[in-house]
Design a protein. Structure first.
Lengths: 161, 143
């Protein structure tokens, strides 16, 4: 597997961590309405307490969605080919989430340049809320508009190809 | 959880990818870049196909298909794979949900029971566009 050798093609952007929140009950409810998952443990405080939880908590797919959005913004949602999220710690109202991504490898498959990313979303406590991976096709041609390009993906500390 | 559920499937259902719904979902997951919205047929956000919940009907409810009690179940993992650029607003998909796998493994105190539910999304020509894989886990008290 090799990196593209064509000079002047798209440059791997620098992947900076980003934060989400403090997340609110409104965020959870907005996500529930948008997704169709209306399970009431995520918005009905009395019900959540009746199950032994201190309050409502987020739908895992909300933070998984936020994590995916951060990298989709950089690589373009049209270039996504795979996204997998594993749900770990629950997310509670008031949490501040820190999301980060790292390049695992860059390679060619079916004539396309691809990149595999490892993603993580952590609570302010350091607990991992979502662990994820994503594969994007890298566009050929010129730099994507609006993307801050870094000179080398090695700057991201990943095991780059 | 029903160990005999593997292969069980819901009926095929139609799913319209609508611009307003795409926008609403994108807003809910923080993907609301204005330049993207200039496109009258925006591509879906990465996890948008979860909105199949609005189209599938009870017969395709993965928890129902697998015989899982939702109050004892957790969403453990979710994956979406796309076989080309993800769908855009204006596309109409045909989808079907099935139980792919049921398995157990030891947890910290009890045995954990997992179910993998797969939904295939096809375009009008019948080509596979995307696959969703949901892994659920049931916590069985005292088992």
């Amino acid at each position: 597997m090799s990196e593209s050798t064509t000079p002047g093609t798209w440059i791997m952007p620098r992947l900076e961590p980003w934060t989400v929140g403090p997340v609110t009950r409104t965020d959870f409810v907005r996500y529930q309405g948008a997704s169709g998952d209306m399970y009431r443990v995520h918005h009905d405080e009395e019900y959540a307490k009746s199950l032994g939880y201190p309050s409502v908590f987020s739908v895992g797919m909300f933070q998984a969605g936020e994590l995916a959005s951060g990298v989709a913004r950089v690589f373009g949602p049209e270039n996504l080919r795979r996204y997998r999220a594993r749900f770990r710690a629950k997310v509670w109202p008031g949490d501040v989430l820190t999301c980060s991504s790292e390049v695992l490898r860059e390679y060619e498959e079916r004539g396309e340049r691809r990149v595999d990313l490892e993603l993580v979303c952590t609570r302010q406590t350091g607990e991992v809320a979502v662990q994820a991976s994503a594969t994007f096709v890298l566009p050929g041609g010129t730099d994507m508009a609006g993307v801050t390009a870094a000179g080398s993906s090695a700057a991201d500390g990943g095991e780059t190809a | 959880m029903d160990e005999q559920a593997v292969g069980r499937h819901g009926p095929e259902f139609e799913m319209d990818i609508e611009r307003g719904k795409v926008r609403e979902f994108a807003r809910a997951v923080g993907l609301d870049d204005p330049s993207w919205w200039a496109d009258p047929q925006p591509v879906i956000p990465p996890t948008f196909l979860t909105t199949q919940l609005y189209w599938q009907g009870e017969a395709s409810n993965p928890w129902e298909l697998a015989g899982v009690d939702i109050e004892r179940a957790l969403h453990a993992e979710q994956e979406y794979e796309f076989f080309g650029p993800p769908p855009r607003a204006g596309d109409v998909l045909r989808a079907q949900t099935r139980i792919d796998r049921v398995y157990s493994k030891p947890g910290r105190s009890d045995e954990l029971h997992f179910v993998v539910v797969v939904t295939e999304f096809r375009d009008n020509a019948g080509e596979l566009v995307a696959v969703g894989r949901m892994t659920g886990v049931e916590m069985r008290a005292g088992s």
